[in-house]
Ligand binder design. Structure first.
Ligand code: CAA
Length: 265
């Protein structure tokens, strides 16, 4: 698989699990998501979904300035409404596949995370940010609205009042603000960002993989349901863990006072 706009590497953790690092690599355009990046992301996702060998993934941007500065504005200049609809549908589907990956995904925000860049991070499970992070949904300053899930995911994550404050103002916020609003799980110096995000990924890689995928499913999909439907989904997934060998391993290792070794089945 040849990826022109992404750098993807797989490393083994000390426990022997595989974690991936994905860098959006278009630094000359602050990693803006043009057609080539989106095409490469599709290829990579297909590979990750079919091989199913990763236990966690960290996504970041190349260079020191940006995570991702948004969808590519230059590609949108002559776009018709029909093409814009297609662009939004296809970007949304792609980010949905990232949200639905069966392992945890950590966004490491190393600079600008604007528009489609923030929307990419919102499809991840949580965000670590460097003190240089600058984030927001500036689409309204271009006469646009977010098109890759920003209005929906941000409102679900932070609530409608904050989502409106962010998306209606088009303001660019700093890392501290993101931390105070609960968007960023952790803020650190730029030099520490990747090490801390990888350490988090390594901890996640030691957890029971099927349990992680079902926590994601319960939270991501339960939130769209009524409380009683969400609880039903949770009970169903809870029961499913009792069909796994990892559930037995988890309980037995607790009783035997040893570290569990989860195999993902
Ligand atoms: N699309 C295309 N090119 C972009 C870009 C984008 N989103 N963001 C930055 N670039 C390019 C710039 O055009 C510039 O290229 P040239 O050197 O060829 O001119 C290069 O990256 C460096 O950018 P700047 O010179 O502008 O860097 P700066 O430090 O002065 O400013 C910035 C940084 C504030 C992030 C500014 O680049 C900026 O405002 N970018 C656009 C941010 C934005 O509005 N994003 C939302 C896009 S719309 C969207 O995402 C829709 C959606 O939801 C699907």
């Amino acid at each position: 698989m040849e990826l022109k706009t992404l750098q993807f590497t797989v490393t083994n953790t000390t426990s022997g699990h595989k974690i991936g690092t994905l860098q959006i690599a278009r630094p000359e355009a602050l990693n803006a998501l043009n057609k080539n990046v989106l095409q490469d992301l599709k290829l990579l996702l297909h590979d990750l979904e079919t091989k199913r060998e990763l236990r966690a993934l960290v996504i970041t941007g190349s260079g020191e300035k940006a995570f991702v500065a948004g969808a590519d504005i230059k590609e949108m200049e002559g776009m018709s409404p029909a093409l814009a609809r297609e662009m939004a549908h296809s970007g949304q589907a792609l980010f949905q596949r990232i949200e639905d990956l069966p392992f945890p995904v950590v966004a490491a925000i190393n600079g600008f995370a604007l528009g489609g860049g923030l929307e990419l991070a919102l499809a991840c499970d949580f965000m670590f940010a460097s003190t240089t992070a600058k984030w927001g949904l500036p689409e309204v300053t271009l006469g646009l609205i977010p098109g890759y899930g920003g209005t929906q995911r941000l409102a679900r994550l932070l609530g409608r009042a904050l989502a409106k404050r962010i998306a209606l103002s088009g303001e660019i916020f700093n890392a501290q603000q993101g931390y105070e609003w609960g968007l960023f799980a952790h803020v650190c110096e730029p030099a520490q960002l990747m090490a801390l995000a990888m350490k988090q990924a390594e901890i996640l890689a030691d957890r029971a993989p099927l349990a992680l995928s079902w926590v994601k499913e319960a939270i991501n999909h339960g939130g769209d349901k009524t409380m009683s439907e969400g609880l039903k989904l949770e009970a169903e997934l809870f029961a499913r863990t009792f069909e796994t060998k990892d559930r037995l391993e988890g309980v037995q290792s607790f009783i035997a006072k040893r570290r569990p070794n989860f195999q993902g089945h």
